[in-house]
Ligand binder design. Structure first.
Ligand code: AMP
Ligand code: MN
Ligand code: MN
Ligand code: MN
Length: 275
């Protein structure tokens, strides 16, 4: 089955409106789609309506920004209830943190000779409550600071560059609790992307499981085929459900298009098995 359980719309830092994400997924043959905007659920209603009109199965989701022992980790919530009060309040507090973080990013860029980047980033953010580094990146490309989003990140937005600020996101246990309380399933997003040693990765997965986490992404646009196998092994070892998602953000800003990833490796329990 063509299942894609991780993607973004203009409700966070994707380039397509929620209904256009669904249209693209449908065109690519996706049968079950989950929209997982960063720290925000405001795109879900539009996406769900479009999916219903097109006869595509739609699942409510979110990708929550977490800080675990100083490392930023993303936790995807699948089949959440966006109306859940604790989830709503938790996401709102993360978005407020994004607002102050954006001011600090702009201060750092200004000190390096790049003025007015907050106003610039905001022009690229269709949801004024959700400012991501991706919006800064798009503005910096427009301003001619680097040829594309990828190189802008390397020069301006990652560690040891002018626009980098350290930020405290939600606690791992809180994010998992919000997802579970809303009826959802918590999944570690793109585990292969974190700069953790093998020992630290096992610690993260053990903490996540202890907090009530249920799955990990095995096949994602962020993983190499070798990493599909590596995380398949870890899923089996920890008894995690396995998820698959492109993490599509839009043309030119994604490793994988909607619905184009290979199936899960053998011997895994798909997170969508009993849906
Ligand atoms: P934030 O959550 O505000 O820190 O922004 C993170 C987002 O920036 C990710 O979800 C991606 O959309 C984007 N991003 C992060 N690193 C890169 C990169 N190296 N190249 C392109 N986009 C990136
Ligand atoms: Mn993003
Ligand atoms: Mn992510
Ligand atoms: Mn994502």
């Amino acid at each position: 089955m063509n299942v894609d359980l991780h993607c973004h719309s203009t409700a966070s830092d994707g380039l397509l409106a929620p209904k256009d994400v669904v249209a693209r997924a449908a065109a690519n043959g996706v049968e079950v789609l989950c929209l997982t905007d960063h720290d925000d659920t405001s795109g879900l209603a539009e996406a769900r309506a479009e999916a219903q009109a097109r006869g595509l199965r739609f699942v409510d989701g979110v990708e929550i920004s977490v800080t675990w022992h100083g490392t930023t980790v993303h936790i995807v919530g699948l089949r959440i209830d966006p109306g859940s009060e604790r989830l709503r309040a938790g996401l709102e507090s993360i978005r407020q943190g994004r607002g102050t973080r954006a001011e600090r990013i702009a201060d750092g860029l200004a000190a390096a000779g790049v003025p007015d980047s907050l106003a610039g980033a905001k022009r690229f953010a269709e949801n004024p409550e959700l400012i991501s580094r991706a919006h800064f990146a798009r503005y910096l490309v427009e301003a001619g600071r680097a040829p594309d989003v990828k190189s802008v990140f390397q020069r301006y937005l990652v560690k040891d560059t002018p626009g980098h600020v350290s930020h405290q996101w939600a606690a791992l246990g809180d994010a998992v609790a919000w997802i579970r309380e809303s009826g959802g399933t918590a999944v570690v997003a793109h585990p292969g992307r974190y700069k953790l040693t093998k020992t630290e990765m096992r610690e993260l997965l053990a903490d996540f499981k202890g907090a009530g986490g249920a799955g990990i992404e095995v096949v994602t646009g962020s993983h190499t085929p070798d990493q599909y196998l590596e995380y398949a092994r870890l899923a089996r070892e920890f008894g995690f459900l396995a998820s698959r998602g492109s993490d599509y953000h839009g043309k030119g800003e994604s490793h994988a298009d909607l619905g184009t990833l290979p199936p899960l490796p053998q011997g895994l329990k798909p997170v969508w098995n009993d849906w």
